[in-house]
Design a protein around this ligand. Sequence first.
Ligand SMILES: Cc1cc2nc3c(=O)[nH]c(=O)nc-3n(C[C@H](O)[C@H](O)[C@H](O)COP(=O)(O)O)c2cc1C
Length: 136
Amino acid sequence: MLISTLYVSRSLIEPARATAAVADLVEASIANNLRRDISGALLFTGDHFAQIMEGPEDNIAALMTSIEHDERHQSVTVIRRTPIRERKFQDWALAYNGPSLFIARHVARVLASPPGVDKQRTARWLTDMMLELMTV
Ligand SMILES: Cc1cc2nc3c(=O)[nH]c(=O)nc-3n(C[C@H](O)[C@H](O)[C@H](O)COP(=O)(O)O)c2cc1C
């Protein structure tokens, strides 16, 4: 079964080296994701990450476990996890378009809000935003 997961988290990467550090992270992730049949997109606002990953259930579960233990970020919060028939990011092992500072406020708000608040709306908004950013 194909699963799509969307999470947000707070970056622990020192701002001065974040641009290079995230570029390195993405490069390594693309190689891994291709091997594991995982597609997706990453958004980095300077303070927060949002990531969508799509792929076989076991591979997504294994990657989420790695990501939850990764010390480059904290407060990993899954805001959607759902079975899918088709991928949205079919052509991207991990689409990334550099720091997206203009949506920083929105992602920060997701983590600040109580659990359950408007989760579906937020998930939809973030997904649309990622699709739009990656395909311009
Ligand atoms: C924000 C963020 C996103 C990440 N995304 C991925 C990813 O899409 N694919 C991946 O293989 N690793 C990703 N990683 C790195 C993993 O946490 C982990 O370091 C990597 O999978 C290597 O794990 P391993 O040593 O268990 O093989 C990400 C890390 C962070 C902080």
